[in-house]
Design a protein around this ligand. Structure first.
Ligand SMILES: [Zn+2]
Length: 54
């Protein structure tokens, strides 16, 4: 699980456990899951299912 507080970047709603989400992000140039997690935290845009289906 993420150590961040996930929040929808559209409606600012907090993402609940087991909620399906969409993360829009650039794939990092450096390799590895650590970088990907950092990218989600700093650059990733989390979109909740409700906003995704709008
Ligand atoms: Zn939303």
């Amino acid at each position: 699980m993420f150590k961040i507080t996930p929040q929808c970047s559209v409606c600012k709603k907090e993402i609940q456990a087991n909620e399906e989400i969409f993360v829009k992000m650039r794939y990092p140039e450096t390799k590895g899951m650590t970088e990907i997690k950092a990218f989600i935290k700093y650059q990733g845009k989390i979109i909740c299912e409700v906003c995704l289906n709008k």
